[in-house]
Design a protein around this ligand. Sequence first.
Ligand code: ZN
Length: 423
Amino acid sequence: MTQQPARSVFTAARVANEAVDGWLTDHAVIVEGDRIAAVTPKSQLPADIAGTAELFDLGDVSLLPGLIDAHCHMHCSATGDAQQLAMSEDVPVLTMRAVNAMRKALLAGTTTIRDLGSHNEVAFPVRAAVEAGVIPGPRMLLAGTPITITAGHCWFFGTEADTTDEVVSAVRRQVRLGANVIKMMATGGMFTPTANPRRPQYSAATLAAAVGEAERSGVQIVAHTLAADGVQNCVEAGIHNLIHARWYDQDPDAELDYRPDVVRRMADQGQWVDPTIGHQLLGEEAKSQHGLAGAPVHWAVSAKEITVSAHIELLLKMDEAGVRFTSGLDMGMVHAYHDLTAANAWAFVEWLGWSPWRAIHTATAGTAEAVRVNGIAGRIKPGMVADLAAFEGDPARNIRNLNIASTVVQSGRTVKLNNRALV
Ligand SMILES: [Zn+2]
């Protein structure tokens, strides 16, 4: 680990403004300890600045708040055999995988990650090691093991809980371990051969009991849901963030079952959605560029293949209805490498037609709010923790310039400088 200087100054041709919707040209970010002290035009820096602070002149780069990803699985490999590896590998191997993945994520510019499902024996020790400065990694919000039914989605790294009482106990156990967020599997999923993605795993009443318990403990609660019935249950239960929020009809011969009234209530209740379209975009690109097969089609959806454009059409309707989206890649799933959080922003621009600034705002300040770290992270603003990521080129002109960061600052400490890793 590099030593943290008392005072450092980062200058760049473009620095994101406080609202994260435009550039400040030729500005300097002054960092004291782990916090941003001031943002000023470069021309107004005192002449003797180099004598009183460590000066990093980053040149023609775009300096953004560190990226925030709301959906990670730190121990999953992102390779075609991710599922088999997650089922077969033991805790030491999964831990080494997670350590490597978290370093990669940080060096790509992701300074905060919310992990939504990893073994407790992996996730909590990895976070403790990062916080102790033993290994590099982003700030971590952790669910630990997701809560699922017996043989349900991700049972092989989840806590199996079937009844409402078992679910409430499972929530309490995660809180005891130090979870900042509870992850429920409200329906089956593609990653688990035994779990039907078109059907709910829990009733709205059981989910509501879990929400009550999470809120009593002051932690957030999110749920994976691919089916229309699961989305409705999550909305009725008041789940804080919905993950995927797809609309599979429960009939395998039918396609999607979009429910505008449920979406209206979702928007009214302020429930964020992680549409995981960055993951989908990476999957489509891998297929077209390398002829690689995506994840094998699940038995319960194979009766009818649902196109990407059908999903996009419904995401556009949800967007129009006022539902807010998070930037969450589902890191660790097939093709979703831990250094590619930027793919979410690419998909928002290229598939949903958003402006680049709207996508950049979502990747930083927006997702900070969704994962409840907006008091400290997500903006370049005095008082915030000094988490910064610099990108070559201008992502506000071409969103693909938001990719792997060339310089990364975490809590005031430079962990990567001009494409050279320092940790
Ligand atoms: Zn996931």
